[in-house]
Design a protein around this ligand. Structure first.
Ligand SMILES: Nc1ncnc2c1ncn2[C@@H]1O[C@H](COP(=O)(O)OP(=O)(O)OP(=O)(O)O)[C@@H](O)[C@H]1O
Ligand SMILES: [Mg+2]
Length: 234
């Protein structure tokens, strides 16, 4: 089976000569279709940096990111944004919805203008029903709760049927009960759609059982293959 994601010897150094921060240090791993993966680690360990590299939002200093076996290293900036829009879905800590638009319009934002809008709208309505927002479809997003906004963000992250959904602290701005509901929603959508999720979180406990947990420490990635041993991912 081919990997939806393969990262190879990924490093990221921020800053200039005198002020260098090695945020990622030679990280390599692969992720298979349908896996639900958590990225954990203390503040400043490099989790968001890693997610930004996988999300093609920033380029690594060294190493490669393959998505659906395509090497993204040499894609031009304009090719990268088209590729990103097609292959990746994003869910952020703050839902990043446009408050002047309705729930439905927000879900449709990542859809290419050139695409089939009728088909996309049908798909968006189905996703909104699946995330439990059938009665909110035409509301403006400044009139919904934080938990509902994050449900909209989940639907928006899925609208283009991405290869991978990336989420950075998707429950970071929610109370614990609402967080659990969003976790359940992401896990159930992952199962239903055989959708790969890579989720950065401070709170791995609320996620319960997941397929994999990758720990970042000082820019290096570790994964426990058996519960008692932590193996360095190379
Ligand atoms: N744009 C940047 N310029 C310079 N240094 C940066 C930049 N972004 C992150 N860093 C540094 O890189 C390291 C890793 O940061 P990163 O944001 O990836 O950590 P994190 O694990 O996501 O932390 P948190 O849990 O607090 O969100 C930190 O030392 C941080 O200060
Ligand atoms: Mg972060």
């Amino acid at each position: 089976m081919s990997s939806v994601l393969k990262i190879s010897n990924l490093s990221k150094i921020y800053g200039t000569e005198e002020n260098k921060v090695k945020a990622l240090d030679n990280v390599s791993f692969s992720i298979q279709k349908g896996e639900f993966v958590l990225i954990v680690g203390s503040s400043g360990s490099g989790k968001s940096t890693l997610l930004n590299m996988i999300g093609l939002l920033d380029r690594p200093t060294n190493g490669q990111v393959f998505i659906d076996t395509i090497d993204t290293t040499n894609l031009t900036d304009s090719k990268i944004s088209t590729f990103r829009n097609k292959k990746l879905g994003f869910i952020f800590q703050f839902s990043n919805l446009l408050s002047d638009l309705t729930v439905l319009e927000n879900v449709l934002l990542p859809v290419e203008i050139s695409g089939n809008i009728e088909f996309a709208e049908k798909n968006a309505r189905e996703l909104l029903i699946a995330v439990g927002l059938e009665d909110q479809i035409n509301k403006r997003t400044n009139k919904i709760s934080g938990g509902q906004a994050q449900r909209v963000a989940v639907a928006r992250g899925l609208i283009n049927k991405p290869s991978i959904v990336l989420a950075d602290e998707p429950t970071g701005n929610l109370d614990s009960i609402t967080s659990l509901k969003i976790v359940d929603l992401m896990k159930s959508m992952a199962k239903k759609l055989n959708q790969t999720f890579i989720v950065v979180t401070h709170d791995s406990k609320i996620f319960g059982d997941v397929d994999r947990v990758i720990t970042i420490k000082d820019g290096k990635a570790f994964e426990a293959s058996v519960p008692s041993s932590m193996g360095l991912l190379i």
